[in-house]
Design a protein around this ligand. Structure first.
Ligand code: NAD
Length: 349
């Protein structure tokens, strides 16, 4: 396959600040068109890629521009349908996260990609960021052993309400903010997800989620996620089967401790949340996605790879719904509410 013809959809902040600078450095692709529902934003692409065709509709772009692939950074609730319509035209899709709102929708995306024989990718740039790549290398070493425990903290102050396309604020926290951290638990858990136990606590509009995930590899991941802090906070600690530990915080410091007393090393890996194409992992993820398109192989962060991450999200939401129902029914019983049986059925209490 020669140079890949690529269209861009949604020329907003993420496309302009992070994806486009990385795309301009990606070999073997040609950006041939751009679209945004706001024509002026679509036109902004000409500052970086002069002369290409622009439109205000994704349908018009995929129908008329003979694309091999499309890169989308639209409002997330639109991604699912737009991705399906592109795949149905045989176009490979790279979609900013989150690609959809539910596990069922993700399963449909996976099926559609298989049926249409296209490559897919999701913007999980943290997986490809420099410090996470370093952590992955360190924990893959024999000295570290198998990762047996993953402890992950991810706090922010939003979202506090349900985002468009989501049924609850909890789902918006999990998909809109904590998706990459949940995904890291899956990445380091390296194996089939067996079980998820979780508990959600609410403090006004803010909430915290405590979840424990077990993997077939023997690893467990303890997640502490929340929107109760006014600032962003991230920390991951990995414990290996040889009693070594590796920790990364949001300042980008990796701390390694070996099994030997006093064995200690610090690496300044740069914060994983620093933006910019290389530091944030955008260069690496897009380079690998287009390489997968060219070689017709799987891209590591494709729709399929996100199934365990979405299973965790769904398990947390299901458990929370069940707890809410129990609370409602306990409250109803306490306050003496009961549903009267229809007259004459003899089903009185
Ligand atoms: P944004 O609002 O700045 O950009 C979205 C763009 O999509 C806008 O220009 C809007 O006009 C356009 N748009 C809306 N409907 C459209 C349609 N039907 N067809 C074509 N274009 C349409 O939002 P953003 O911050 O750039 O986020 C875009 C995506 O990137 C989201 O999925 C978000 O979760 C993800 N993301 C953003 C960031 C970030 O730092 N901004 C980081 C990570 C992920």
């Amino acid at each position: 396959m020669g140079v890949l013809k690529v269209g861009l959809a949604g020329i907003g902040a993420q496309m302009q600040q992070n994806l486009l600078p990385a795309l301009l450095q990606t070999p073997g692709i040609e950006i041939v068109g751009a679209c945004d529902s706001e024509a002026a934003r679509a036109g902004a692409i000409h500052r970086s890629v002069p002369g290409i065709r622009t439109t205000d509709s994704v349908a018009a772009m995929v129908d008329t521009m003979s694309l091999d692939a499309i890169v989308m950074a639209c409002p997330p609730h639109l991604h699912w349908e737009l991705a399906i319509s592109a795949m149905q035209r045989g176009i490979s899709v790279f979609v900013e996260r989150p690609p959809c709102s539910t596990l069922d929708e993700l399963r449909l995306l996976v099926d559609m990609a298989r049926q249409c024989g296209v490559r897919t990718g999701v913007g999980m740039n943290l997986r490809f960021s420099r410090p996470i790549r370093q952590l992955r290398e360190l924990t893959a070493s024999e000295t570290f052993g198998n990762t047996s425990s993953i402890q992950l903290t991810h706090y922010a102050h939003q979202p506090r309400t349900a985002l468009p396309g989501h049924d609850t604020a909890l789902r918006s926290v999990l998909l809109g903010h904590a998706l990459q951290s949940i995904d890291l638990a899956v990445t380091f858990g390296r194996g089939e997800l067996i079980d998820v136990q979780s508990h959600v606590r609410r403090y006004g509009e803010a909430l915290t989620v405590e979840a424990e995930c077990r993997f077939a590899s023997g690893a467990t991941a303890t997640l502490l996620l929340g929107t109760t802090l006014p600032h962003f906070e991230f920390h991951i600690k990995l414990i290996g089967s040889n009693s070594a530990t590796a920790e990364l915080d949001d300042r980008g410091d990796i701390t390694l401790r070996g099994a030997e007393p006093g064995s200690y090393a610090e690496i300044d890996a740069q914060t994983p949340f620093d933006f910019g194409p290389d530091r944030g992992g955008y260069d690496s993820e897009l380079h690998r996605f287009f390489e997968a398109c060219r070689t017709r192989t799987r891209f590591e962060a494709d729709f399929y790879s996100l199934l365990p991450t979405y299973r965790i999200v769904e398990a947390i939401c299901d458990a929370d719904r069940a707890t809410e129902r129990e609370h409602d029914s306990a409250a109803a019983t306490r306050e003496g509410w009961h549903i009267s049986p229809p007259a004459g059925t003899g089903l009185g209490r």
